[in-house]
Design a protein around this ligand. Sequence first.
Ligand code: EZ4
Ligand code: CO
Length: 402
Amino acid sequence: MKITDAKVMVCSPGRNFVTLKVYTDQGIYGLGDATLNGRELAVVSYLQDHLIPCLIGRDPFQSEDIWQYFYRGAYWRRGPVTMTAIAAIDMALWDIKGKALNTPVYNLLGGKSRDGVLVYGHANGRDIEETSEEVGKYISLGYRAVRAQTGVPGLQSTYGVAKDKMFYEPAEKGLPPENLWSTGKYLLHVPKLFESLRLKFGDEIHLLHDVHHRLTPIEAARLGKSLEPYHLFWLEDAVTAELQEGFRIVRQHTTTPLALGEVFNSIWDAHILITEQLIDYIRMTIVHSGGITHLKKVAALAELYHVRTGCHGATDLSPVSMAAALHFDIAINNFGIQEYMVHTRETDAVFPHAYSFKEGFLYPGDVPGFGVDYDESLAAKFPYQRAYLPVNRKEDGTMFNW
Ligand code: EZ4
Ligand code: CO
């Protein structure tokens, strides 16, 4: 089998998505997600101008060699743009292999290790009462795990608190919006949220929280310690992890499980965190971390160190990524949980897919490949619109992490 062509398509059914379609001489095509929120066109160019010319004529079954060709062969390795572009190609190749062999991709990754994939949804509100209502809604929809975020008194906007609750989407058209941040106010407020959620909903429901890279290690240690009575499933992205060693400080102070890595793009962002057992869940995901080929190696390393997976799954990852993640999640032994934010109706229409939600679990379906398609004529009705994630400043105006 030979790759005859590949094209990159951009659409915006409510938000921007970049999709790669790889064609073969046997009429089979594969799809890959190449969406990098707020930096979409950089990946489009990387694919079109630099990778696709080297892809034509290759055998799509040689996904390992093709991965190494683009990773080692670039000389300039790693980085989110590079690794997202490589991931899109890698996904498309696994999709082609599944279709050519007439089997779901999970069967090429070891087969099913479980029946369904445990997912968590996003509950958010302007205050504790509103967040609590939202958590209740997710529980009544059948979710067994819920991430809870709440507005902080005295701060106009807080990460994770959306205008449209079910379809949370932080990227906005126009130039980046600016948010304000106060670590002091946040640290005082969050434990009150989880105290109230445990009182209302009891001990069984899994609760998660995302700090979104806003604390120093010692502040994260304080937060983790103060949340211990509420036994979170995880505390996510407590500190930016560019300095992986910083997590030694967090780890020695708290038993709250730690999750990290939705912005990581290669194992070299996480090797210390994993091998020193500084985290419990690795959040790297297929689309931003070099595809199935790289992520299965990351998961295999993590397995040796008692680290489980918790793939990023926000709405800026297209249904192609979600499907790829589900095939991966259901196959590996050290799966932990999968993030799941529902896409809008328009997005689901552009990307018809075989996966489905039932009682707190996602099921990949048993269609050959990943079981996702792309409706090109519908997608053409939603042209690309430049959009940015917000930026964040401290109350005195200092630029901070969003
Ligand atoms: O802010 O995917 O855990 N989920 C998250 C997401 C990220 C967005 C950024 O593009 O932190 O909501
Ligand atoms: Co996150």
